[in-house]
Design a protein around this ligand. Structure first.
Ligand SMILES: [Zn+2]
Ligand SMILES: [Zn+2]
Length: 332
């Protein structure tokens, strides 16, 4: 690493090292002196500004990806320190999270997000963003418009995931839609669906969280009614059973949650009622940045944590916790 890069590191960390939150296979561990990552060909070195805590990170702590060890986290806004595309140096970016091989069956047939050799920062085979620095293929980076604050840009990945729904399916504005869950992903999904003009009902368990949905959706504390399209964003297996009950016969159930536990559902009901079940994962970043820039999606205020206080962030019911790696040193 260059002397310039080292100058950007906070004084508390020795040159060539960084602060990081690492999953050791069992639990999250704070590492104040982890060696800096070295970018591979085609990769950029990023200085993390803010890193978002996602339900998937919590599920990793519960054994969702037993094969993963390394720096956690996959949602971030960062500044490019060094890149094979020099014009990106110094730019603020967010990054897609599917590292793909470009030559397997899926990559060659237009489905790179399902690459057989896929790696995902903080989830599978690649160090993530709960650290001062990370590396990522330059092709996955998206420049963040100057008008967006770090606190807005850090939502790009979850908003893109919400946009995967209209990317996959035609949402009819006259159809009644329901979103199950009142967390951050549900907040993004409900708004994206409401932008279509469709009536959206959000069903959650926390009155305080549900109040944030009121400007764009009807909110319910109890599951009731039936809907043409239901999105499960509860982050728990039990959500699926409720979601099936809410889905009309011949309707569509979109599943956004990933979790460590297995879910038990009555498959006969799916068959008899001819419900279509669709998985839905990562989505397009550029549309997400456009929505953020236009201010058409409201964002919950982030609850900021110093990375050392990571455990507190994880146990918190925070609507949106982010780890702040900017520190007191803002020179870069
Ligand atoms: Zn996530
Ligand atoms: Zn591939």
């Amino acid at each position: 690493m260059s002397a310039e890069d080292q100058a950007a590191a906070p004084a508390a960390t020795r040159p060539g090292y960084m602060r990081a939150v690492v999953f050791d296979g069992q639990k999250a561990v704070w590492q104040p002196q982890r060696p800096l990552p070295e970018p591979q060909p085609g990769e950029s070195l990023l200085k993390i500004l803010l890193a978002g805590v996602c339900n998937t990170d919590k599920e990793i702590l519960r054994g969702y990806r037993p094969d993963f060890q390394g720096v956690m986290g996959h949602e971030f806004v960062a500044r490019v320190v060094r890149s094979d595309q020099p014009e990106l140096t110094g730019r603020r970016v967010c990054g897609e999270i599917n590292l793909v091989c470009h030559h397997c069956l899926y990559c060659r047939s237009g489905r790179p997000h399902h690459c057989s050799n896929r790696r995902v920062p903080g989830i599978s085979g690649k160090d993530g963003c709960f650290a001062e620095y990370m590396t990522l293929p330059t092709e996955l980076l998206h420049v963040v418009p100057d008008s967006l604050a770090d606190e807005q840009a850090v939502y790009c990945e979850p908003l893109a995931a919400a946009l995967e729904i209209p990317e996959q399916h035609h949402i009819r504005p006259s159809q009644e839609l329901a979103v199950l869950g009142d967390g951050r992903l549900a907040f993004m999904v409900a708004q994206v669906l409401a932008l279509s003009g469709a009536p959206v009902t959000v069903i959650g368990r926390h009155q305080d969280k549900l109040e944030r949905f009121a400007p764009f959706a009807r909110t319910l504390l109890q599951a009731e009614g039936t809907y043409e399209v239901v999105v499960d964003a509860t982050g728990q297996p039990a959500g699926l059973t409720t979601a099936i009950a809410l889905t009309r016969s011949g309707g569509r159930l979109i599943v956004k949650s990933t979790y460590a536990d297995l879910s038990q559902i009555d498959m006969s009901e799916i068959v008899v009622r001819e419900i279509q079940i669709d998985g839905s994962r990562c989505g397009p970043f550029e549309p997400a940045l456009r929505l953020l820039e236009k201010g058409w999606v409201s964002l919950p205020e982030v609850e900021r944590y110093q990375p050392e206080a990571f455990a507190a962030a994880f146990s918190s019911r925070a609507f949106k916790a982010v780890l702040d790696f900017r520190g007191s040193d803002q020179r870069d």
